[in-house]
Design a binder for this molecule. Sequence first.
Ligand SMILES: Cc1cc2nc3c(=O)[nH]c(=O)nc-3n(C[C@H](O)[C@H](O)[C@H](O)COP(=O)(O)OP(=O)(O)OC[C@H]3O[C@@H](n4cnc5c(N)ncnc54)[C@H](O)[C@@H]3O)c2cc1C
Length: 485
Amino acid sequence: MTDAAVVGTGPNGLAAAVTLARAGLQVALFEKADTIGGGLRTAPLFDSDVVHDICSAVHPMAAASTFFRAFDLGARGVRLLQPGMPYAHPLPDGRAAAAWRDIARTAEGLGADGPRWTRLMAPLAERSGAVVDLVLSSQRSLPRDLTAAVLLASRALAHGTARTPFATEEARALLTGVAAHAVGKLPSPTSAVVALLLGHAAHSSGWPLAEGGSARIADALAADIIAHGGTIHTGHHVRDLAELGDVPLVMLDISPKEFLAAAGQRMPSRYARALRRYRYGPGAAKADFLVSEPIPWANPLVRQAGTVHLGGTHSDIVRQETATAAGRAVPDPFVLVVDPAVTDPSRAASGRRPVWAYAHVPHGDERDPTDLIRRRIEEYAPGFSDTIVASRGLPAAQYEEYNPNYVGGDIAAGAMTLRQSLARPVARWDPYRTPLPGVYLCSASTPPGPSVHGMCGYLAARSALRTRYGLRTPPDLSPKPKERV
Ligand SMILES: Cc1cc2nc3c(=O)[nH]c(=O)nc-3n(C[C@H](O)[C@H](O)[C@H](O)COP(=O)(O)OP(=O)(O)OC[C@H]3O[C@@H](n4cnc5c(N)ncnc54)[C@H](O)[C@@H]3O)c2cc1C
């Protein structure tokens, strides 16, 4: 007998299923695609020896979140490989700024702004666990570590406004590039929190890549579910909740839009109206390249970076992101680039290697981004185009077909405005519980929002265990001795 059905096998659906299965429930998962993983898929695209991360590539939050700390990927054989330089930011005039894991080394490279960078990041890095737990929470309880809350709030206030305390372009652009991960108007309180969360993580738990590809993380989660009696059904698009039968508990790793469609007339009209008001944000347009050599970044410093931000100066990025969020295409969008073999040499095979990149574009943008992204990389890495063996582009407008959670190409599964980072997807005390008995939302459209941290799934499962079964203590998620490698 199935105790719980989980719809969707992204990191949040898998995290919910792990948590419920560990609490002793019989769990069945249903996934639209032919493979599990949602944003955690890795596959060969052009050459059978070279795999590409289809969505997520870099995992600062899988290295840091409460869920993954308890799940312990390392003990299960998933190696999170750390670049010594988590990210770099080349500037149009040839200079570049670099964030090293070592704050002192980062500060040294930032010259006059070095001490300011240290004062901003070091106190957060020293309390990293508390900072991560605070941001990656349901945002419905008082912070357990008040010092971490004060440190974060005071810094977010200073950096969420148009003024930047930095004097050099290097430091300004370095931080604004991280803020752009919030994919929205800049500056804003939400992007400031994202900048501080990811920015300090670079100096503490790091910005690792999973050896062999992001799918290794999904595989480890699925193995745990199966080891605890769960079943996984791929190629099953749940279009109507009635398909799930009389199962007492339903966890939905799906978008509010998909939930509205699948619940149909059963959805109370007030809640349905609130879900219809949920706003989706700008899109991402991805390009994958198969190349013959490492990206020839003009500034050699950048060649060591795990992730590279291409946005130009601080004011360029503010302009690009604000226009994109307002639905206007810009000729020079913000682009994130990863040459995974820099951090994980196993990704390169027989003189070929993958390059992962995406641009921020307006919601629903239909343009094939391949050439735009190629030209953007070429600006900072002359000769890049000559190394391309094969490429493919995925316009923002086509993401939803690939994964219904990315409405209009919004990979954050909902605009990251201040309102929607709290009222996600609607303003309710328990954001996971829906008015349909036994039905819980657990996707990145619930707090704490996007990224591979598993926390939406974990917190939704804990809400379900508490409200349906009276279980207040979280189940043990650590690997059993036979699961350790
Ligand atoms: C191009 C790109 C780059 C990214 N880069 C990073 C990164 O480097 N680091 C990072 O941390 N995050 C990154 N992200 C974001 C991250 O992947 C997501 O935030 C995360 O995967 C969200 O997890 P989720 O479980 O909520 O949903 P998803 O991972 O989107 O999974 C949802 C799953 O549910 C399935 N589904 C939906 N509706 C139904 C239905 N009705 N029936 C059956 N199945 C259904 C979908 O097919 C999908 O498999 C990136 C995303 C993209 C697209």
